[in-house]
Design a binder for this molecule. Structure first.
Ligand SMILES: [Zn+2]
Length: 344
């Protein structure tokens, strides 16, 4: 899990465009519905009163809207929470009559070539190129001359089947890979207090990858060649697990563990053990002296010894660059845990 990093200026620009899109296309519908005398009028009025918060509110504000609807409109809220499969015929009709799909019209937002704003423009502007949930897949946005569009999927953090009024909310749309969104999370009910929201935080140093040796071997020095076979080819002698930082509060750990479970992170990172084995081998080859030598011989190619390490591990290993390449967090955490490439 890595945090989605967007500059303040970009954030404001995207919020403005997104809200303008809603205003241009759907606000009038909501206004007219809020004027019709029927049993839903109070609900429409509530939505109208809070519309800016619903469309561009931060994750916490979206959660506040959910709580207000739970308390103010308990019957509707319980209907929503039943999800599409468990609603009776009568309840389905009622939900259809409510017409939220036309006000928070996510299908229209997905149209391949919307004039000014839509899913494609949103992901292009956000420029999130690595899936924040798994950090294993590239999710770039690209539009070819033949109008072929490639873009990340947009996961609804709060499932749109349960919270249809959040179907178009900016901070409820998480650019993510197909595996995380469509295969693993699907319509799992994510609650704000139970899962990490990638627009707010990532695992950072609070939850890190860790090498767990299966057999009780006392391995203190990975540079010692007698352990080399251990990390060769058949790498099923160790597992990649997560380890919480020492002073991390329980609430964060629980949320992170829920994310780890839903996105099968430990199971999937098991397929990347060869990367860890490779890092350890590279650490043996590129020792302190070799790094020093490279720095002296090719000083025009590198700004610092950190640059050399970045080239050796073929990845970015600082927190604010984890969104640049797949498996960056794994690389960073393992290098830190095993104290690899220490040139100091
Ligand atoms: Zn993913």
């Amino acid at each position: 899990m890595i945090k989605i990093n967007i500059s303040k200026a970009k954030r404001e620009e995207v919020e403005e465009k997104h809200y303008q899109y809603f205003k241009d296309n759907f606000l009038d519908k909501l206004i007219s519905l809020s004027k019709v005398e029927d049993s839903f009028r109070d609900f429409y009025r509530f939505l109208l009163l809070n519309i800016e918060q619903i469309i561009t509110g931060r994750p916490k504000e979206l959660n506040d809207v959910i709580i207000k609807i739970d308390n103010g409109f308990p019957y509707l809220s319980s209907l929503f929470k039943k999800g599409t499969r468990q609603r009776s015929g009568h309840e389905k009709k009622l939900i259809n009559k409510l017409n939220l799909k036309n006000i928070f019209n996510y299908d229209a937002f997905l149209k391949p070539d919307p004039p000014d704003w839509g899913a494609y423009q949103l992901t292009k502007n956000l420029n999130v190129n690595i899936c924040p949930y798994c950090n294993r897949q590239y999710i770039v946005t690209y539009h070819s001359e033949e109008k072929k569009v490639i873009r990340p999927q947009l996961d609804h953090f709060f499932a749109k089947s349960i919270y249809p009024y959040l179907a178009l909310s900016l901070y409820n749309l998480i650019p993510s890979c197909n595996i995380c969104n469509s295969r693993l999370k699907r319509d799992t009910e994510f609650e704000y207090k139970k899962y990490i929201h990638p627009y707010e935080e990532g695992f950072g140093d609070s939850m890190k990858f860790s090498v767990k040796i299966r057999e009780e071997k006392d391995i203190n020095n990975y540079n010692d060649l007698k352990y080399l076979d251990f990390f060769f080819g058949e790498s099923d002698e160790f597992d990649i697990k997560f380890k919480a930082g020492k002073e991390v509060n329980n609430e964060f750990i629980k949320k992170a563990e829920n994310n780890i479970k839903v996105f099968k992170l430990e199971e999937l990172y098991d397929f990347h053990k060869d990367n860890v084995a490779e890092l350890i081998k590279k650490n043996m080859i590129y020792n302190k002296d070799r790094i020093k030598e490279l720095y002296q011989n090719f000083n025009q190619l590198f700004n610092s010894k950190d640059d050399i390490v970045r080239m050796i591990v073929s990845n970015y290993i600082t927190e604010d660059n984890l969104d640049k390449r797949v498996l960056a967090k794994l690389t960073k955490d393992i290098c830190e845990e095993l104290n690899l490439f220490d040139y100091t």
